[in-house]
Write a protein that binds this ligand. Structure first.
Ligand code: ZN
Length: 481
């Protein structure tokens, strides 16, 4: 085999990045490509549709044409193409025609990527091809280049969609114990212009990245008692506010809050931030959502911290399809309520922190996500506000829920299940369903008297125990295998 080793990949990707920078300097979207054969660069090109008045003048197309000219053959057998951005369908098609041995790309392109993001032409069994694909090489460099290119071009960097509201920033000033500024992103495809805000602190190469997810009615402020311990350990913390909550934009209509849409937003955020070695820290209504994320990118996830939360049960038919036997299919079923669900309110945050949790909602118009809370916990939240409209969501989410059940049934990483009591919605009974799903069946760690919002009452203790249980051995960042 003459396949290049990973250090070669980084070397050639740097060459492609140089071509992308040259394209940016010429006013083109910064994408660059090089074609390599037998350790030698045979072609190098940047994106040039603007200058050439040619919609097909993508960097890859231009590099393929130049390589074919240089080699005197339209078949590029034994060649590897390096490109800074996941190829589009046109370029992927041309690569298959050229019979490239291998394609290596940098950043994923959730808008037009044809190597797995939108579709995957390279994995299409009905096409006769022999091209191996690898993504993610120097992805952050490529994404940063694209970001820097587009940022100054946005006239109003933070427009507000007409069907959404934005809580005035002043309501979040001077919240006690929460000194961290939130980042903003609005160009994830699923956001369609809504602005999502998230906390992102700590080094990018941290041994562990705590992805902290909570749901209605609380927001990233919930994690403030735990974040200092994670940062002190040298870890990274990312805590998004779901759309409709916290400092993120708030659609006016409850119907905007579909489980699958929130999930897609989070999946795209994980890719955009390129989160590695993720410790999922989940609380309350953020858990059913967060627990379905890993099957989409299993290699990113390293540990689980579940706090007063549960996995929504997959519909029985979907669970049976995903589970190897009927016994496992039955295992994740959560305790079912008998008869009509009793209408519940969302658990009320503790009095000491109530002002911070009311800050995002100056009036009823901002509260659509609270009225639609059950959408985020399909199958569990029938008694929550908005529960009546829950069934279609659960059906639409059946594949994701079944995939999550199967994923956690096979989970080999560390897990800590912390349960503040009392908690009517996500107490020990709900958490035991998740516990039984995990192969190691970790014991429930009871936090008596801490209640549903245990990160408020026992945050430092939870963080300390989580660091002890979930930190990778050896401390410093290990490169992913
Ligand atoms: Zn293309």
């Amino acid at each position: 085999m003459s396949a290049p080793s990973p250090p070669d990949d980084a070397h050639w990707m740097r060459e492609a990045l140089a071509a992308a920078r040259a394209a940016a300097a010429a006013g083109e979207v910064p994408v660059g490509a090089v074609v390599v054969k037998d350790g030698r660069c045979v072609a190098r090109a940047g994106n040039a549709p603007v200058a050439t008045h040619d919609p097909s003048a993508h960097a890859e197309m231009r590099a393929l044409r130049a390589a074919a000219q240089a080699l005197g053959n339209y078949r590029l057998d034994g060649c590897t193409l390096y490109v800074t951005l996941e190829p589009c369908p046109m370029c992927a098609g041309a690569m298959l025609h050229a019979r490239l041995a291998r394609v290596v790309y940098g950043a994923a392109d959730p808008r037009t990527g044809a190597a797995g993001s939108v579709l995957n032409l390279f994995a299409e069994p009905r096409l006769n091809h022999h091209t191996a694909v690898q993504g993610g090489v120097l992805a952050a460099d490529s994404a940063a280049l694209l970001h820097a290119f587009f940022k100054p071009r946005r006239a109003n960097p933070e427009p507000l969609r007409p069907d959404a509201l934005r809580t005035p920033a002043a309501r979040f000033a001077h919240l006690p114990g929460d000194p961290w500024p939130r980042h903003a992103v609005s160009d994830l495809p699923a956001l369609a212009g809504l602005r999502l805000r998230y906390l992102d602190e700590g080094p990018r190469q941290a041994p562990l990245t705590w992805l902290c997810l909570s749901g209605p009615p609380v927001w990233s402020h919930l994690w403030r008692h735990m974040i200092p311990a994670f940062l002190a350990a040298g870890h990274r913390v990312v805590a998004p506010d779901l759309i409709g909550l916290g400092q993120s934009d708030k659609p006016k209509k409850e119907l905007a809050h579909r489980f699958d849409w929130h999930r897609q937003v989070l999946l795209e955020l994980v890719e955009r931030l390129d989160l590695q070695r993720v410790a999922l820290a989940l609380h309350g209504t953020g858990g059913p959502l967060g627990l379905t994320l890993p099957p989409a990118a299993p290699a990113r996830y390293a540990a689980l911290l579940a706090i007063n939360t549960a996995l929504a049960p997959a519909p029985a038919s979907a669970a049976a399809a995903a589970a190897p036997n009927a016994e496992q299919a039955a295992a994740p079923a959560a305790p079912r309520q008998q008869g009509r669900p009793r209408r519940q309110r969302l658990p009320v945050p503790p009095a000491g922190a109530l002002a911070a949790y009311e800050a995002p909602f100056p009036d009823a118009g901002h509260r659509a996500a609270l009225r639609a809370a059950a959408q985020l916990a399909p199958g569990l939240g029938a008694a929550l506000p908005g529960g009546g409209a829950c069934a279609p969501t659960a059906d639409a989410m059946a594949p994701a829920l079944a995939a999550a059940c199967a994923f956690w049934q096979g989970w080999q990483g560390p897990a800590l299940l912390a349960c503040g009591t009392p908690d009517a919605l996500f107490g020990p009974a709900a958490m035991q369903a998740l516990q039984r799903l995990l192969p190691a069946q970790p014991p429930l760690w009871p936090l008596e008297g801490a209640g549903h919002y245990s990160p408020e009452q026992a945050g430092p203790a939870i963080a300390a125990h989580a660091l002890a249980c979930l930190s990778p051995a050896g401390g410093p960042a290990a490169e992913p295998a």
